[in-house]
Every structure is written in structure tokens, then in C-alpha cells.
Design a binder for this molecule. Structure first.
Ligand code: FAD
Ligand code: FES
Length: 219
């Protein structure tokens, strides 16, 4: 979603926030307060109206029935994976989730995620789950004999790159959701392009993504 901040005059550019969950009459966003826009958002009260554009862009392509699936989230990249994991429950029972956070205080929706699959948590400081990164969790799963047909990930680009490298040469379908600063959010300004395999900056994350096959983009 692209969310207007204030009247739109003080902050001309809308802020992109992923949809974390959706049902027939509600839509849930989870966000971290980092700057003026999200600070303004954090001060909205029940009953206030928001001016939003969306839903925009592509979602994760779903796997075939009973596929072995790994879902990997890094920090505030995890919210859109909640909706994905919820939808996966109707398709396969073989879902592993690896979520990485800076520390325990930044972990969120652990109980909710744990209902959707076999959940493992890592934190940088070891204050919750395993001390380390999501790659450590992936290694741990694999040491226990796990393998996957599909990997879905959202988080910092360094984490996505590490995952892509980890699975290089393995027969795994990988999809990554990219987050980039965005201006228009609808494909008009070319402010959010990413590099593709042919080295051209040809893909707009907002309109052609944000979800891409990890073989399609250079992370
Ligand atoms: C497709 C997409 C989905 C996103 N989903 C979520 C979400 O579900 N929850 C969430 O908390 N955040 C999400 N983000 C990041 C969110 O858009 C930014 O945190 C937000 O725009 C910051 O606005 P601000 O006015 O508060 O901060 P600003 O004053 O604009 O910036 C403050 C700080 O945040 C950094 N920042 C700003 N925009 C981004 C960005 N797009 N990506 C990374 N860092 C940024 C800046 O570099 C700066 O350090 C998403 C971004 C994209 C592109
Ligand atoms: S933000 Fe304008 S093209 Fe993507």
C-alpha cells in the first residue's frame, strides 16, 4: 500500500507499507517507526481515516499442493510473509519458517507465525531463539534433514543475497520481495528500479514486483 502522510502537502511522497494480513473486512499493516512519515502514522487513532493507494504490485506465486516450503523473513520484512504463510496452510502442511530479528524486543507475532508452520527464530544478540542469522536457521533445518522445493523471502537485501547464494545450484524455486525507497509506487517515475540479470536497470520494484524470482534480479 502507498500511504499518504498528513494532508500530502508536507510529505508529497506516500510511504510504502506491506499488507501483513487481510480478511473480508479488515487489512492489517505492521510497521516500524523510523522517520517522520511512520511517526505520523503511529499517532493515528481508532476511527481516523487514511488515504491509501493499493493494493499495488505483485504477490508471491503460490506453490503446488504439498510442496516443501521455506519462508524466510528479516526484521520488518516479515509482515507480508504472514499473509503468505496463512495462505500456504491451505496448500501444504510442509512449511518451515525462519525469522531473524536484531533482538527480542524487535520480535513480533511469534505466536501467530508459530501457528502457521515449523517456526525458528534467530536474533543478532541471542536474546531470543538462536544467536545468529536466518542462514544459521536454514543450516540447522538442513542438518536435521530438511530440504525445500520453494523458498519465499523478504528482508534486507544482504539477507536476500545470502539466501540466494546459499541455495545457488540447488533445485529450489526462490522468490524474494524487494523493498526500495519509492516515490510514485505505480511505475511512473522509475525511482525504484533494480538490476536484472542482463545488467539493465529495467525492473521497477513497485510495478514489476515487489516479488521477483531470485534468478530474475541481481541482489
Ligand atoms: C514494498 C515495500 C514494503 C514495505 N513494507 C514495510 C512494512 O510492512 N513495514 C515497515 O515498517 N516498513 C516497510 N517498508 C519500509 C517503509 O516504507 C519505510 O520505513 C518508510 O517509508 C519510512 O518512512 P518515514 O517517513 O517514516 O521515514 P523517512 O524519513 O522517509 O526515512 C527514515 C529512515 O528510513 C529509511 N527508509 C525510508 N524508506 C525506506 C524504505 N522504503 N526501505 C528501507 N528503508 C527506508 C531511510 O533511509 C531513513 O534512514 C516497506 C518498503 C517498501 C518499498
Ligand atoms: S516508485 Fe515510481 S516507478 Fe516505482
Amino acid at each position: 500500500m502507498m500511504i499518504q502522510i498528513g494532508t500530502g502537502c508536507e510529505h508529497v511522497l506516500r510511504r510504502p507499507i506491506s499488507i501483513a494480513a487481510v480478511d473480508e473486512d479488515s487489512l492489517t499493516l505492521v510497521y516500524r517507526t523510523v522517520g517522520e512519515g511512520t511517526r505520523w502514522l503511529s499517532k493515528r487513532k481508532s476511527g481516523d481515516k487514511l488515504d491509501v493507494l493499493g493494493p499495488l504490485g505483485s504477490g508471491f506465486p503460490l506453490p503446488p499442493p504439498n510442496a516443501e516450503v521455506l519462508v524466510v523473513g528479516g526484521g520488518i520484512g516479515s509482515p507480508p510473509l504472514y499473509q503468505l504463510a496463512s495462505e500456504l496452510t491451505g496448500i501444504t502442511e510442509n512449511v518451515d519458517l525462519a525469522l531473524g530479528f536484531r533482538s527480542k524486543s524487535e520480535c513480533f507475532w511469534i505466536d501467530e507465525f508459530s501457528k502457521l508452520g515449523n517456526l525458528a527464530i534467530a536474533t543478532d544478540d541471542g536474546s531470543a531463539g538462536v544467536q545468529g542469522s536466518v542462514i544459521d536457521l536454514v543450516n540447522k533445518f538442513q542438518s536435521a534433514g530438511k530440504s525445500w522445493d520453494y523458498v519465499y523471502a523478504c528482508g534486507p537485501v544482504g539477507m536476500l543475497r545470502a539466501l540466494q547464494e546459499h541455495f545457488a545450484g540447488q533445485a529450489v524455486h526462490g522468490y524474494v520481495s524487494l523493498e526500495e525507497r519509492m516515490a510514485c509506487g505505480v511505475g511512473a517515475c522509475y525511482g525504484c528500479v533494480c538490476k536484472t540479470e542482463d545488467k539493465a536497470f529495467a525492473k521497477r520494484i513497485c510495478a514489476d514486483g515487489p516479488v521477483f524470482d531470485w534468478n530474475e534480479v541481481i541482489l
